[in-house]
Design a protein around this ligand. Structure first.
Ligand code: AMP
Ligand code: GLY
Length: 429
């Protein structure tokens, strides 16, 4: 690590959810000077917030310039797909986040599948269709009901894991004729349903080299036992024991290295955080479920809260093309998400949140705010996913127990949370 990386940096984080709160907290804890645009009332407890929206690219660039920002970290995918990182780089500002061209890996599932096919990267067999007739014909080619995915960005809601062919056809119709996801659903990927256990694998890259985090695991379904609708993620923990050292090595050799090399060879090198959603089968063979081009939420919470070595120098090195390969390790950590009534179909705002004050200063515990606001009477809900109670420990059992102790102190009307975050990992042991 160069001596330069040790000096406090001026960091601008773009976004305002739980992921950005975790990023801001981490950067502040490591001694850096942090601003978040637009941030939130919850994030403002830890870092300065500036009222610039994530889609106001000109405003963000002007602010970064005027304040001699050393590093911009872009939290969400939309500004990356829209080219914010390209514009920052053109302005000479170091940014952790891929170009719009590299962000197509998340922006278009159809293009991501074609990319994997070109580079021999293991993933589910698939067909891309753009009309209901094509879709019906493609359905015939699957032995079992396929997974139906709107190709474009759909905030995690564009995927149907169909139990029957009729359900698959209904999902196809919703995308292609019902306009359920607007333009994002005008192209649909049908793919073979994979079996196994999922893991979230995060890779920092400077375009050439890779430094990874330990694997995390998200909980996508709303209810305990993986029941109920898909959500943006109801809780996460790390490290995920499904990703053994042998699996980790295989992910690097068969997925991460060919992905980064493929992007480089195609003239769109990846600078930023590549998030590979994996399905790991019973033989320990990993396949790509999807690529994202940013940190996961809530996965970023346990990864950044648990890390026991500085992370920011690596983020900065990736943005500057100076990354050293390796793995960022840390303590075991878990985050339990509280969602508001009606989530994921909708959300409820303005419910009073009780108990946050009691958790302030609790050791090895941190509440990351995702959708909260300060009302006249105190903290209130302000979105679907409201907050994450994150804890770390000497092992997962301790981290999870601490997180749930924290959860017991909190309440609001209509709150929804899972009671089995990390349970699968504990059963393995
Ligand atoms: P995605 O938005 O592509 O990550 O999909 C959302 C969720 O749907 C994933 O986290 C999986 O639980 C499930 N899923 C997506 N694709 C597949 C697949 N090919 N096989 C099995 N499950 C899948
Ligand atoms: N937790 C999954 C995601 O951030 O997409």
């Amino acid at each position: 690590m160069s001596a330069d990386a040790e000096r406090p940096l001026k960091i601008l984080i773009v976004g305002g959810g739980g992921r950005e709160h975790a990023l801001a907290w981490r950067c502040v804890v490591e001694g850096h000077d942090v601003e978040v645009a637009p941030g939130s009332d919850g994030i403002a407890e830890d870092a300065a917030c500036v009222a610039i929206a994530a889609d106001d690219h000109a405003g963000l660039i002007a602010h970064a310039r005027a304040n001699a920002v050393d590093l911009v970290i872009v939290g969400p995918e939309q500004p990356l797909v829209d080219g914010l990182a390209d514009r920052l780089r053109e302005a000479g500002i170091a940014v952790l986040g891929p170009s719009a061209a590299a962000a197509r890996l998340e922006g278009s599932k159809a293009e991501a599948k074609a990319f994997m096919a070109r580079h021999g990267i293991p993933t589910a067999a698939y067909h891309t269709v753009a009309s209901l007739d094509e879709g019906r014909a493609a359905l015939q080619r699957f032995a079992r009901p396929p997974v139906v995915k709107a190709s474009g960005l759909a905030a995690g809601k564009g995927v149907t894991v169909a139990a029957t062919f009729a359900e698959a056809e209904e999902a196809l119709r919703a995308c292609l004729e019902g306009q359920a996801f607007g333009d994002a659903g005008a192209t649909v990927v049908l793919e073979e349903r994979l079996e196994g256990e999922e893991a979230s694998f995060f890779v920092l890259s400077d375009g050439a080299r890779a430094r990874t985090f330990v694997a995390a695991q998200d909980h996508k379904r709303l209810g305990d036992g993986d029941q109920g609708p898909n959500t943006g993620g109801m809780g996460a923990y790390c490290p995920a024991p499904v990703c053994t050292p042998a699996v980790h090595e295989r992910v690097m050799a068969t997925i991460v290295e060919p992905t980064l090399a493929g992007l480089r060879a195609e003239g769109t090198p990846f600078v930023g955080v590549l998030f590979v959603g994996l399905m790991i089968d019973a033989d320990g063979i990993p396949r790509v479920i999807e690529y994202n081009v940013r940190f996961g939420d809530p996965e970023a919470q346990p990864l950044l809260f648990g890390a026991d070595e500085p992370v920011v120098p690596h983020l900065h090195a990736a943005a500057r093309g100076e990354l050293t390969p390796g793995v960022i390790r840390g303590r075991a950590a878990a985050s339990v998400v509280f969602a508001s009534a009606g989530y994921p179909a909708g959300s409820t705002r303005g419910s009073r949140i009780r108990g946050l004050e009691a958790l302030q200063g609790a050791p090895d515990l941190k509440v990351f705010h995702a959708g909260t606001r300060r009302g006249a009477g105190g903290w209130e809900t302000n979105g679907g996913r409201v907050l994450g109670v994150c804890a770390r420990g000497d092992d997962l059992r301790q981290a999870i127990a601490r997180a749930y102790e924290g959860c017991a102190a909190l309440s609001f009307d209509g709150m929804q949370l899972r009671h089995d975050i990390g349970a699968r990992a504990l059963r393995r042991r």
